[in-house]
Design a protein around this ligand. Structure first.
Ligand code: ZN
Length: 186
């Protein structure tokens, strides 16, 4: 098991957080197809084996989402190539719902299985990003305040003042650090 973290509060932000340690140059967790497969399984989108190309797409989508969310949070325009990339992945390959009428006259809607289930899974992540980016007013997406973290999360706290990706992880580390600084007077 990789050290996945599920504190983003949104599927698309959990993807962004698969590049860990963004406070420095970043540490890649999606290093191979089987790790993308594991991540997709964990979020309930895993159905088949990704390829190296899927891994590249996932990483490109991830960085486009991160830049787009950052732009949105700043009130600046989202770069056109990022909009294009997110839209392209979102189009993915999601077969349209079809109407099926059986010989006994019963009627049902069904969605044919996609040819490329991994692209369909990545499309679901891109659609989640689109829904987040299009939200009006744009919610607070914060970067964890711990200086050695960098995780992104959707802040749904009542006062919109959540500081840590997780109290158990970074909140306690930050408190221990403050305590230590007080004791040593540094
Ligand atoms: Zn953190």
């Amino acid at each position: 098991m990789s050290d996945w973290i599920w504190d983003g509060g949104r599927l698309c932000l959990d993807l962004v957080n698969t590049l860990r340690d963004r406070y420095r140059e970043g540490r890649e967790l999606l290093v191979a197809p089987d790790l993308l497969a594991e991540w997709l399984r964990e979020v309930g989108l895993g159905t088949s084996a990704p390829t190296d190309e899927h891994v590249s797409t996932a990483r490109e989508l991830r960085e486009a989402i991160d830049r787009a969310v950052h732009a949105r949070a700043q009130g600046s325009p989202i770069a056109a190539p990022d909009v294009e990339l997110i839209n392209e992945v979102a189009r993915g390959e999601n077969p349209a719902i079809q109407l099926r009428v059986s010989s006994d006259g019963s009627v049902a809607a069904f969605r044919p299985a996609p040819q490329d289930p991994v692209s369909a899974a990545l499309a679901a992540v891109a659609v989640d990003a689109i829904e987040l980016l299009a939200a009006e007013p744009f919610p607070r997406v914060a970067v964890c305040a711990y200086h050695r973290c960098g995780l992104r999360f959707l802040d749904t706290s009542p006062a919109r003042n959540r500081q840590w990706c997780s109290m158990a992880r970074c909140g306690n580390r930050a408190k221990a650090r403050q305590h230590y600084a007080r004791r040593t007077g540094s």
